[in-house]
Design a protein around this ligand. Structure first.
Ligand code: IMP
Length: 197
């Protein structure tokens, strides 16, 4: 069977592994390096969705190979959706997850509404079309940091229906319910329903 080439527009090797596990074997998945992309991917659109699509279009235009890009962030209700697209560098540079969490906790001090969600948008350029798949997990921001697993805001996010923060859960538990897992499941469903698996 003819293999379909797809570039994974991420520099994060962990994400490449996660995506490789999910996509059908009929895909020849290339890293940015394999595809010869050395330029930094643009992320200037100001929204998570905009950035995911921008990265995918950039790779498609520079390689001519179909591709998949992702962008994620934490949206907090009482902060009007912030840190959102600025999640990685919410408290400035150099990037520090600890400082980002401290800022969120101080902004929510004595706030009753601590509702938040993590969101991932996957943007797929495939057969001349751009498809988007959204995964979201709702929860609350804890009163303090708890746990050592994971990354980013994991120590302050408690998913709905759970007592533990993402950073207190083992990796597998987080990976079955996370925003990224949900977006990837939708992507998988897309390929299955198009009989590409
Ligand atoms: P990215 O677009 O996947 O690189 O995510 C941007 C930023 O959102 C990360 O640097 C983290 O600060 C935050 N983030 C995204 N996903 C997660 C997660 O699963 N746990 C904790 N923080 C996350």
């Amino acid at each position: 069977m003819h293999k379909i080439s797809l570039v994974l527009a991420t520099n994060n090797p962990y994400k490449v592994l996660e995506i490789r596990k999910i996509l059908p074997k009929s895909f020849d998945l290339k890293s940015l390096k394999d595809a010869g992309v050395t330029a930094e991917l643009p992320e200037t659109k100001g929204t998570i969705k905009g950035n995911a699509v921008q990265k995918a279009m950039f790779v498609w235009e520079s390689t001519g190979i179909e591709c998949l890009a992702d962008d994620s962030g934490l949206e907090i209700e009482n902060l009007n959706g912030r840190p959102g697209v600025d999640s990685a560098f919410y408290s400035g540079f150099p990037i520090s997850a600890e400082r980002n969490m401290d800022l969120v906790l101080s902004e929510l001090k004595e706030t009753e509404n601590r509702r938040a969600s993590f969101v991932t948008i996957l943007a797929l350029i495939y057969q001349g079309e751009c498809y988007q798949f959204e995964g979201r997990i709702f929860g609350v921001i804890s009163e303090e940091k708890r746990g050592n697993n994971g990354f980013g805001y994991d120590p302050i996010f408690i998913p709905d229906g759970q007592l533990l923060t993402f950073a207190e859960m083992d990796e597998n538990a987080k990976n079955t319910m996370s925003h990224r897992a949900k977006a990837l499941q939708k992507l998988k469903g897309f390929f299955e329903s198009n009989r590409l698996s």
